[in-house]
Design a protein. Structure first.
Length: 131
């Protein structure tokens, strides 16, 4: 089972921003910027290119809603929505996911390599879920 499937099954803990029958959104462990979130279908697809076309509508609707909530509640000025597809494109976890990366300043250092989280994830979750 892949690491995100283990998170979905509850075998590995995560900070859940949103969950329903089909979708799970969790705080990214590396927090590229404060509130960096991953939205994934609960059904495993290795990559964006493997996911059936008719399942994108729901995923992107939820992603838009979650991104709006994050930007509003964390007072971000915008966000990057990003999907890495394939190792060459920087995908490191082979379970299709969408990154929501809040932007606070155009000079934010947004790097997609693994780096150390500097935030308190529980505090961020509380802020996102306030309203
Ligand atoms: P990718 O490079 O595949 O587009 O993104 C994978 C993301 O998953 C990275 O930003 C990385 O920080 C995050 N990640 C990897 N392992 C875990 C984990 O166990 N828990 C959480 N919450 N995020 C993870
Ligand atoms: Zn998986």
């Amino acid at each position: 089972m892949c690491i995100f499937c283990k998170i979905i099954e509850g075998e590995i803990p995560s900070k859940k921003v949103y969950e329903d029958e089909q979708i799970l959104a969790i705080l990214d462990i590396s927090q590229t910027t404060k509130g960096h979130t991953l939205v994934m279908p609960k059904k495993h697809y290795d990559k964006f290119l493997d996911m059936p076309e008719n399942e994108f509508g729901l995923l992107m609707e939820k992603t838009q809603r979650i991104a709006g909530q994050i930007v509003r509640n964390l007072n971000a000025k915008g966000c990057n929505i990003l999907i890495n597809t394939g190792e060459t494109a920087g995908q490191t976890v082979m379970h299709m996911h969408v990154h929501i990366i809040p932007r606070y300043d155009e000079n934010d250092t947004v790097s997609f390599s693994f780096h150390e989280n500097q935030y308190d994830l529980d505090e961020i979750l509380k802020e996102i879920k306030e309203n």
